[in-house]
Design a protein around this ligand. Sequence first.
Ligand SMILES: *[C@@H]1O[C@H](CO)[C@@H](O)[C@H](O)[C@H]1NC(C)=O
Ligand SMILES: *[C@@H]1O[C@H](CO)[C@@H](O)[C@H](O)[C@H]1NC(C)=O
Ligand SMILES: *[C@@H]1O[C@H](CO)[C@@H](O)[C@H](O)[C@H]1NC(C)=O
Ligand SMILES: *[C@@H]1O[C@H](CO)[C@@H](O)[C@H](O)[C@H]1NC(C)=O
Length: 232
Amino acid sequence: MTPTAYMTAGSPYAQQTLAEPSVGKSRKGTICCGCSLLIFVLSSIIAFLSAAVIGLAAGTGIEASRANDVANQLAVLNSSIATSGPTKTTTVTAAATATSWNDLDNGCSDNPTSITGTTYTSFSLLGGLKFTMYCNKDAPGTPYMSLFVANMNTCMDACAAYSKYIPTFFGNNKNTTCAGVSFIPLWTNKANATAGGAPGNCYLKPAPQNATALEDPNIGTECHAAILAGNS
Ligand SMILES: *[C@@H]1O[C@H](CO)[C@@H](O)[C@H](O)[C@H]1NC(C)=O
Ligand SMILES: *[C@@H]1O[C@H](CO)[C@@H](O)[C@H](O)[C@H]1NC(C)=O
Ligand SMILES: *[C@@H]1O[C@H](CO)[C@@H](O)[C@H](O)[C@H]1NC(C)=O
Ligand SMILES: *[C@@H]1O[C@H](CO)[C@@H](O)[C@H](O)[C@H]1NC(C)=O
């Protein structure tokens, strides 16, 4: 992989909007209008699941597969309503709850100066390595690997996993230690990654890394870095 693999962002920086999760209820005749208790109960469940589907669909990875499961349950319930009586009076709308970049990058998008310099401890079973975060920075070096991860924290977990497992195959050397990451929130969405020619939203970077050597991102969208704490 060459560094140019993620040098192109298709479109200029555009923050995703965070829609308030206002669950609009326009339910005609909640329990009257000949609506049986069964249908009312099923309708309520569908309303809840609809909101869940839309919310989960905004996420990635595990959340997306959960959204799929919920969507399947919803389809089953929906068909049971369709066949359980002639009085179908339910109109359910639910607003989407989109995931903002700020939710993905620990606050780097909205509060870069207060997040820069804070540390994250990677998952305990991956060594509990500490990473210092630097918002709006790019860790230099040709990536070992590009990945799609759920958020910046799981990107740092992936870096810790690399350093935990790669030496078991290739021994301990300069190339088997991940010293930092670059995380690009826009590319968490695979459509956006495709548009930007990016094979991931998380790039594992080689040693050495240090705070002063971090680069200013030049990829047309936000990029946040983290490096192993202890590396000055
Ligand atoms: C529920 O079923 C109706 C038809 O009975 C269909 O028009 C609608 O799209 C379905 N909704 C979902 C969420 O599956
Ligand atoms: C580390 O990777 C570089 C680039 O692929 C290679 O030139 C170098 O020989 C590797 N070093 C070790 C110790 O494997
Ligand atoms: C990212 O993807 C979303 C959904 O596919 C799209 O609406 C949005 O315009 C994209 N943003 C950029 C900056 O390409
Ligand atoms: C930081 O890293 C750069 C390049 O890897 C190196 O030239 C520089 O000496 C390092 N600075 C410190 C303070 O370690």
